[in-house]
Design a protein around this ligand. Structure first.
Ligand code: HEM
Length: 135
């Protein structure tokens, strides 16, 4: 719509902006791995934004846009759901460790890196679909 001069509804543009805010936060969280508490808080905010935008914007749009996007949107939704669940696992461990005042070891380095890559793929896949449909 008005934001990018595309034919997308305004809420879709807002979703795109929010996903790129999470991308910036992901990069900051990756760079700022210590102290773990700061890193955890940054990644928790990424998870919360993504869960909120999924429930309020993306999941409802799935039915509306399925015919236009086809299989790629299903792949996007499945990968996105798995990624959110993985992020939720780390976040739960983080919150419990804070609560119980135990060491903040919420996942291994390899699993964290995998989650980061898994997070970035739906951002770019979603962006490509946005440009294909609305620009
Ligand atoms: C890590 C999780 C996810 C990320 C980073 C992500 C990212 C994005 C981005 C950047 C877009 C393009 C902007 C837009 O068109 O609104 C998008 C679109 C979309 N996403 Fe996601 N997404 C995620 C999870 C999901 C899930 C779980 C679902 C479905 C249950 C979903 C459904 C959609 C749909 C239907 C669109 C197209 C919206 C439209 O064009 O109207 N996404 N996503």
């Amino acid at each position: 719509m008005v934001l990018f001069g595309s034919s997308a509804p305004i809420l879709v543009d807002i979703n795109l902006i929010l996903q790129y805010i999470t991308l910036v936060l992901l990069v900051i969280g990756y760079v700022k791995r210590k102290p773990f508490k700061t890193h955890g808080n940054i990644m928790l905010s990424v998870l919360l934004i993504t869960v909120a935008t999924t429930i309020l914007l993306m999941a409802p749009r799935l039915l509306i846009t399925f015919d236009a996007y086809g299989i790629p949107i299903v792949a996007h939704a499945i990968l996105g759901t798995v990624t959110i669940l993985l992020g939720a696992l780390f976040a739960t461990r983080f919150i419990l460790a804070i609560k119980n005042e135990t060491p903040l070891q919420c996942g291994t380095k390899n699993w964290m890196r995998l989650a980061l890559i898994m997070w970035i793929i739906p951002i770019f896949l979603g962006s490509m679909m946005y440009f294909a449909l609305y620009m």
